[in-house]
Design a binder for this molecule. Structure first.
Ligand code: MHF
Ligand code: KIV
Ligand code: MG
Length: 272
């Protein structure tokens, strides 16, 4: 195989379970557009999440609630056009699945049909059992999401660590088992104690992907713009910044502005 014709081994929902059984951790990041998705796919990411965090990161909303199904499909289709290798999971946005299981299935079908994504993610446990079942019956892979579920932010009021109390921890364990029994291929655990997340990961055969859930789980997910250091306001303890893109980009923009104003740009080689 020549270098220019590099072959990519596509990640499937099955490869994730195999990775868990072989002890290989799963690396997942969000992406919302073609250019960023191309870069993260070629870097070798396992799973790309087209998160409803696009509502915050792309559109500047305070919460994930306003983003629509059409907007999620727009982001997801851009990401799908970029990928050669990663599994693409798409968040079902708030309001597209909570009313009834038929609506949930219709929304999931729209995502699969109109974006070309490979799976959908829904927030919640036993409350959305019937919706998860229906989507799975249609042959659409489902990823669960428990713990801090941002679409329910107004029910909780804060983004604090979830399931610190025994009762809530017990419900989370039951919900995780339920999602596995229903046939979900993986579960995201967001902002829960390390020990609880570890127990859940050990009790399931499907992979548990953590965000702020410690190192006892089967993989990690972060919002791409957070790990690149593009945002300065969002700074939870669980976030590791791999670049200081905010500073670097600001420097580049300032230099460009200076160059334009000083007539340094464009120079003789940069014009016709
Ligand atoms: N940019 C971005 N990154 C994310 O990880 C993300 C989003 N947006 N939007 C949707 C959800 C919301 N998420 C969140 C939101 C807040 C915290 C958090 O820890 N916030 C505060 C602490 C709040 C508190 O303790 O009351 C912090 O330390 O920044 C964590 C995950 C994760 N998701
Ligand atoms: C933070 C992850 C898990 C997510 O759901 C999102 O980015 O929308
Ligand atoms: Mg989300």
């Amino acid at each position: 195989m020549s270098a220019s014709k590099k072959e990519y081994k596509r990640i499937t929902v099955k490869s994730l379970t195999e990775m868990k059984s072989q002890g290989e951790k799963i690396a997942m990041l969000t992406a919302y557009d073609y250019t960023m998705a191309t870069i993260v796919d070629r870097a070798g990411i396992d799973v790309i999440l087209v998160g409803d965090s696009a509502s915050n990161v792309m559109a500047g909303h305070e919460t994930t609630l306003p983003i629509t199904l059409d907007q999620m499909i727009y982001h997801a289709s851009s990401v799908v056009r970029a990928i050669k290798r990663a599994l693409v999971v798409v968040d079902l946005p708030f309001g597209s699945y909570q009313s009834d299981p038929k609506e949930a299935l219709r929304s999931a079908i729209r995502i699969m049909k109109e974006s070309g994504g490979h799976a959908v993610k829904l927030e919640g446990g036993t409350e959305i059992k019937e919706s998860v079942k229906r989507i799975l019956h249609a042959g659409i892979p489902v990823m669960g999401h428990l713990g801090l579920t941002p679409q329910s932010i107004y029910k909780f009021g804060t983004y604090t660590v979830r399931a610190k109390e025994e009762q809530e921890a017990e419900k989370l364990k039951q919900d995780a088992l339920l999602l596995e029994r229903l046939g979900c291929f993986a579960v995201v655990l967001e902002k829960v104690p390390n020990q609880l997340a570890r127990e859940v990961a050990e009790s399931l055969t499907i992979p548990v992907i953590g965000i702020g859930a410690g190192n006892g789980v089967d993989g990690q997910v972060l919002v791409m713009h957070d790990m690149l250091g593009m945002s300065q306001e969002f700074s939870p303890r669980f976030l590791r910044r791999y670049l200081d893109m905010h500073t670097q980009m600001t420097g580049a923009f300032e230099q460009y502005i200076t160059d334009v104003k000083s007539l340094d740009f464009p120079n003789d080689e940069e014009q016709y």
